[in-house]
Design a protein around this ligand. Structure first.
Ligand SMILES: NC(=O)N[C@@H](CC(=O)O)C(=O)O
Ligand SMILES: [Zn+2]
Ligand SMILES: [Zn+2]
Length: 346
């Protein structure tokens, strides 16, 4: 017997596409199921100016296979030298949909990020004025703060002060991993939203560390205790308009993942929608999948819901997903949830 569910064509509000050979390999994995995605700007060198975002957008569209429809929604990487006028122009032209804040040193390719938050105040004020959202990698970087506490400390020491001193600034807390973050979002008004990844709904820190280290489950922010995973599930499946899907699908070659000092990132573009159907069904909330994956994100970004649809089918037989995708840079392992999934995209 099979069950089906049809939702408006989903979007991914946090995606890493990289560039060059990797871009060519991973883009079809997203474009197959998703109508649009917020494209992260942490290339080397980063996408800082409107001109760089325009050129990157052209490279993405050039890499899109014939016959696939996909709209990249571009972002700018916030640095201490970012020019508020350039940001405003890139927004006014329709090119740029958000600015991304990386605390310097917080994650992959974040070296050009922000250390002194006073220096970006003029940009944040301009963004509040024009309604351009700020997306945050919400972790402090202080060495003496435990890695499992860095998100909660970021909320208290960085995010809440920025929001209080910049009224009207619209913020997305990206890839939230804690009950603290979900609670903070719920306690605020609609100027604050949060993306939640597929993998943080599935793994906790035991999955990374118990019974042997699993490099393919290592990402930033690192997965937390089980109680936090359950809080994220409750938030994602609640239907609350402030929570929406951002996969943070972050491809790294196996060579770069499987190192004494391996890269952070889970690659979930290939199987995200079936995994989400599994999670939402487990929570008895399949009816809210459309809100999380297709409706809440566009509402926050003030864009229309996609016109097309996506149908997911649940079969008696488990679905087989590719173990990895092939890129000219080397294989990229597809996220393995560690349990059978019976859903697949029709
Ligand atoms: N999430 C990750 O673990 N990695 C991301 C960067 C990020 O989103 O923090 C990447 O670019 O590889
Ligand atoms: Zn991040
Ligand atoms: Zn990311």
């Amino acid at each position: 017997m099979s069950t089906t569910i049809t939702i408006p064509r989903p979007d991914d509000w946090h995606l890493h596409l990289r560039d060059g050979a990797m871009l060519a390999a991973v883009l079809p994995e997203t474009a197959r199921d998703f109508g649009r995605a917020i494209i992260m700007p942490n290339l080397v060198p980063p996408v800082v100016t409107g001109a760089q975002a325009g050129a990157y957008r052209d490279r993405i569209l050039a890499a899109l296979p014939e016959g696939m429809a996909f709209e990249p929604l571009m972002t700018l990487y916030l640095t201490e030298d970012t020019d508020p006028a350039d940001v405003a122009a890139a927004h006014a032209s329709g090119l740029v949909k958000a600015v991304k804040l990386y605390p310097a040193g917080a994650t992959t390719n974040s070296a050009s990020g922000v250390t002194n938050f006073d220096k970006v105040r003029p940009v944040l004020e301009k963004m509040a004025e024009i309604g351009l959202p700020l997306c945050t990698h919400g972790e402090v970087t202080d060495n003496h703060i435990d890695i499992f506490d860095r998100e909660a400390v970021f909320i208290d020491r960085v995010l809440d002060p920025i929001r209080r001193s910049t009224p009207g600034l619209r913020v997305v807390m990206e890839h939230i991993t804690t009950a603290n973050a979900a609670e903070y979002v719920r306690s605020q008004d609609s100027d604050l939203g949060a993306t939640i990844t597929t993998h943080h709904l599935i793994i906790n820190r035991n999955h990374i560390l118990a019974g042997g280290i699993k490099p393919h489950y290592y990402c930033l922010p690192v997965a937390k205790r089980e109680e936090h995973r359950l809080a994220l599930r409750a938030a994602a499946t609640s239907g609350d308009a402030r929570f929406f899907l951002g996969t943070d699908s972050a491809p790294h070659t196996d060579e770069n993942k499987l190192q004494p000092c391996g890269c952070a990132g889970c690659f979930t573009a290939t199987n995200t929608m079936p995994l989400l159907a599994h999670v939402f069904e487990e929570e008895g909330k399949l009816d809210n999948l459309a809100k999380f994956a297709s409706e809440n994100g566009p509402a926050f970004y003030r864009l229309p819901v996609n016109a097309g649809s996506l149908t997911l089918v649940k079969n008696d037989a488990a679905t087989t997903f590719p173990s990895h995708i092939v890129s000219e840079d080397g294989p990229v392992t597809v996220f393995d949830p560690g349990f059978p999934v019976h859903w697949k995209v029709a």
